[in-house]
Design a protein around this ligand. Sequence first.
Ligand SMILES: [Zn+2]
Length: 278
Amino acid sequence: MQNKLLLIILDGVPHRNWRRLFGNLEGWVQSGEARVWTHRAVLPSISASCYASIHTGVSPQVHGCTGNGNVFRLSQPDIFSQVRAANGVTGAVAHSFWSEFFNRHPFDYVRDIEYDEPESDTINHGRFHTMTGYGHDNQMTPSDVDLFATLTNLCLRFGLNYGLLHTCTLDSMGHRFFHDCTQMDHACFVMDEMLAPFIPKWRAAGYEVIVTADHGQDARGHHGGRDPLQQESALYYFGPASGPSEDTVIDQLQLAPTILSRLGAPVPDTMQARPFLT
Ligand SMILES: [Zn+2]
């Protein structure tokens, strides 16, 4: 496999906060280096259900993950397994749900916190965190610059073809402070500034980059249902492919077949949605 792509998921950011507060990403849209569309999550617009749908390209009604309390090893093929089938190298820097869905369940704190498994059928290089003890007053998330650096480290050391990064910082902040407040203005601003220096480095290393969220959050910090604030985020794309018109709403089930087609990996029959990049 020659192609390379990174999927960056900032958990729980509504469309309006992307477009209003992420000045670096919006600057690259303005300069023509990135494109942006609206991205609509599956239902329920709950984190675990969305992670499973983003990576398998099938709905929660098919993969069966109905929420964060129902996490298990999924049975459908996913981006990791298909990249491996095409002899690509995969990596993930993410919440432990991603390891449980796509590699091993239940999560073993010692065995699964960090692994390098070149022969794996799914995730070759995993760096995970569990956020155990997470709650309103202690969000238990790592610093995002550490996560971005860890992904970059894996890319440089292991030549990842596909890398996933997922961080819960803004989702946790939003549940605590809600989304229309000075704390969230600042949190989104800091995230944008932390992320920005990495994007040119990843592009220079030959990666296409997608930055998006799993779902939004409404004015009370809630998500799970159909409210557009809960269901809709933005999706930014850096790369040479052509995409649809700016007013297109991208269905979450399109992500997996799109990423596989960009990488030149086989798209399984279970992924019925149409790729949005050509
Ligand atoms: Zn989430």
